[in-house]
Write a protein that binds this ligand. Sequence first.
Ligand SMILES: *[C@@H]1O[C@H](CO)[C@@H](O)[C@H](O)[C@H]1NC(C)=O
Ligand SMILES: *[C@@H]1O[C@H](CO)[C@@H](O)[C@H](O)[C@H]1NC(C)=O
Length: 305
Amino acid sequence: MRFFYTLSTLLTTISATPLSSHLHRRAITPGTLSEVTSFGTAPTAAGFYIYVPKALASSPGIVVAIHYCTGTGTGYYNSTPYKTLAEQYGFIVIYPSSPHDGACWDVSSEATLTHEGGGDSQTIAQMVRWTTSEYTADSSKVFVTGSSSGAMMTNVLAATYPDLFAAAIPYSGVAAGCFASASDGVDAWNSTCAQGQSTATPEKWAQVVFDMYKNYNGTRPRMQVYHGSADTTLLPPNYDETMKQWAGVFGYNYDSPESTKENDPESGYTRTIYGDSVQGIYADGVGHTVPVRGDDDMSFFGFAN
Ligand SMILES: *[C@@H]1O[C@H](CO)[C@@H](O)[C@H](O)[C@H]1NC(C)=O
Ligand SMILES: *[C@@H]1O[C@H](CO)[C@@H](O)[C@H](O)[C@H]1NC(C)=O
């Protein structure tokens, strides 16, 4: 199917475009950020870039790395360490690009907040499925991370596609469903949530997750949640609400974490561990957003020891 498409596209444009530049634009070249323009049926117009390392592992893992508002897949590729880590550990990186004005992600519509309901979450799930099939990736080593709006989407994907992801690391987001729009707006801003005023019990937040994929009873991604105490865009209570949510989903007692360690992983950060599946890192004095910690991500995802 893809070959026919590529071939017919080539044939129709060969007269207008020099062949070499056309091939260069379409091909996925290991060691070079490449745009994927055709990856099967997707409900929204989000596009994606892929980084396939030169040192590709056999049965490779996949890391989905999702940009913040105003960002792009290319920009997130440039500003995060995943391409270097991909060469080191042999995994593939998917960098989705938002289709919306302002380049936030749709984390507000009923569609995107529902398993196979449509929306950007399903489009990103399709990117993962396409890449898994194209590269015979190891479906037990698929991970997602992102910053700000990309962190909100990370939580949404963990909730809507728990069957696809083994672990997730949101940097400075909000709980899955916190940005839900009362009028079912697509890519709508929810200032109640952003201001840290959408609060609920762990049980209620967990139910929000369970409702996004009803009757799902398989494994769920392990969660590592980052947030800064000086965040003025997505206020710090969003850290607590996100921790309540995932502690609730995994059945941990939110009020009694397994351990709390100060100055971990660095001075001023505090790591709270609920158990193998949930931990949070609260960064004192850090604003929006917490800088990506690539090597630590590798440990949490299980690529590094
Ligand atoms: C934002 O989320 C809250 C809590 O879910 C909800 O009550 C409110 O209606 C939402 N705001 C908008 C503008 O949709
Ligand atoms: C999970 O759901 C499937 C399909 O409904 C069912 O066959 C299976 O027994 C369930 N597993 C558990 C552990 O409940």
